[in-house]
Design a protein around this ligand. Structure first.
Ligand code: PLP
Length: 309
């Protein structure tokens, strides 16, 4: 039967039927411990009962609507998410995947600054398609900034000394065109490494000094993965755009782009226009709302902090 599936990647031979918490079961009833939380999505565990209840409740009301209408749950979740994220953000949209949200965020940054170039670190993973893919280690395209991901788990490293001149040179060359610095706060797909806080802070200060934006890719690091709510809290920086995915939906496909009204006002209505069928859908919004409630109610962050090594 698996031969009917387009072989977009290699599939295991076991077929998974159900999941609960950290466990998954195959069709023969054999249990497996899911050490990867699906695709690193189920920070609250698979099929959290409160999330399932929220899905059921919302599904009975309305799953989907025309893009020109909003629903109460979308408004409630948007406000809840903005209150949940540190710093003063006041604008959010809900999309479907991390890649889509990263793509949206990069284009948003380009439009808000009127510039075209994007900096990121070599070996980051930002997305599966479009310019997000172009910035990822999976692409063969050349990046503007030739700084290797400054892996540093100890806080004791020489990345700043080593790369200051490289960073300075790249800024000298591209300053006028630089829209944003896109940062995956902890490298994940390329191997799990924290980055050098001093170098990251240096690049972030430089980009904001020249009027560019900091776009943070929290698709994997968000919701307690680093012991903080969000990975960018490791660096003492204030981003302009924050992108969430994966754990935001705890396995349900919903993502978010968070920013502020000041940046929004720099983009004309026609340029800001973006519409796809499931943007801001109520079912995804209901999931977001329940994920935040569970995250806070079950003190996931406090527990993660206790367990971090
Ligand atoms: C850091 C990071 N950004 C973006 C993405 C893309 O998210 P998605 O797979 O939901 O499109 C991923 C996926 O693994 C990721 O790890």
């Amino acid at each position: 039967m698996t031969s009917f599936i387009l072989q977009t990647n290699e599939f295991e031979s076991i077929i998974i039927e159900k999941a609960q918490g950290t466990w998954i079961w195959d069709v023969d009833g054999k249990a497996y411990l899911d050490g990867e939380s699906g695709m690193w999505c189920c920070n609250l565990g698979h099929n959290h009962p409160k999330m399932i209840q929220a899905l059921k409740n919302q599904a009975e009301l309305i799953i989907h609507r025309n893009k020109n209408f909003l629903t109460p749950i979308t408004l409630e979740s948007a406000k809840k998410l903005l209150d949940f994220v540190p710093n003063d953000f006041d604008r959010v949209t809900f999309l479907n995947s991390g890649s889509e949200a990263m793509e949206f965020a990069i284009n948003f940054a380009k439009k808000a600054t009127g510039r075209t170039k994007v900096l990121t670190l070599l070996d980051s993973y930002i997305g599966a398609f479009g310019s997000a893919k172009d910035l990822s280690f999976t692409s063969t395209k050349d990046l503007e900034l030739k700084v290797p991901y400054p892996k540093c788990n100890t806080g004791e490293c020489e990345h700043l000394e080593k790369y200051t001149s490289v960073v300075d040179r790249e800024f000298e060359k591209h300053s006028a065109d630089l829209a944003c610095f896109v940062l995956e706060p902890v490298m994940v797909s390329g191997g799990v490494f924290k980055s050098c806080s001093k170098l990251i802070k240096y690049i972030c200060e430089k980009i904001q000094d020249i009027g560019g934006l900091i776009v943070i890719d929290e698709v994997t690091t968000g919701f307690g993965r680093t012991g903080f709510k969000f990975g960018y809290e490791l660096f003492n920086i204030i981003p302009d755009v924050v992108v969430l995915g994966k754990a935001l939906g705890n396995g349900y496909p919903v993502s978010a782009v968070i920013t502020n009204s000041e940046l929004e006002s720099k983009i004309s209505k026609s340029e800001l226009y973006y519409a796809q069928s499931h943007q801001l859908d109520p079912l995804g919004a209901a999931v977001v709302s329940s994920v935040i409630d569970i995250f806070k109610g079950e003190q996931i962050l406090e527990n993660a902090k206790e367990k971090i090594i």
